[in-house]
Design a protein around this ligand. Structure first.
Ligand code: ZN
Length: 156
């Protein structure tokens, strides 16, 4: 279990935690939402700039929280920029199952981008730690809330 946690934190997560990508305000964002994970104390804001075809031209985040929530938000912004919103949704569905479902089978999510899922695999270890699932998925829930017009997302 410790090895797993170590593996979970190491490399990618530490790197993203130390040097979060796209950690910035996005003044011309057309969507944003606040995400709150009270169990851990993670608070983030996710910004999105979509064009008329729902392509994500830019995505950024701000906020404070544990290494996993920050790393997950950082990875999400990197992965989503340039993708269509419907692809982001397919990716989230598959990623959420990866983090929560013991019998997760990527083949059930044929529309989810494989390269992106490979990168997100570093987060899959949270499945063993239910509290951490909320840290890992907070940014994604917040992104969804933003595009659905909700101003806040909470894991509670
Ligand atoms: Zn957290």
């Amino acid at each position: 279990m410790l090895d797993e946690l170590r593996e979970l934190y190491q490399e990618v997560i530490l790197d993203h935690g130390k040097n979060p990508r796209n950690y910035r305000d996005l003044p011309d964002a057309n969507y944003h939402a606040h995400g709150n994970n009270p169990l851990c104390g993670d608070k983030i804001v996710v910004y999105l700039k979509l064009d008329d075809d729902k392509v994500i031209l830019d995505c950024s985040f701000e906020g404070r929280g544990c290494a996993i929530s920050q790393a997950s938000a950082s990875m999400m912004t990197e992965i989503l920029i340039g993708k269509k919103m419907q692809d982001a949704q397919a990716l989230f569905d598959s990623f959420h199952a990866m983090c929560t479902d013991e019998n997760y089978d990527p083949a059930q999510y044929p529309n989810a981008d494989e390269d992106a899922l490979d990168r997100l695999q570093v987060m899959a270890g949270v499945r063993e730690f239910p509290m951490r699932v909320k840290c890992a998925t907070l940014a994604w829930h917040t992104m969804q809330a933003a595009v659905h017009g909700d101003s806040t997302a909470s894991t509670e």
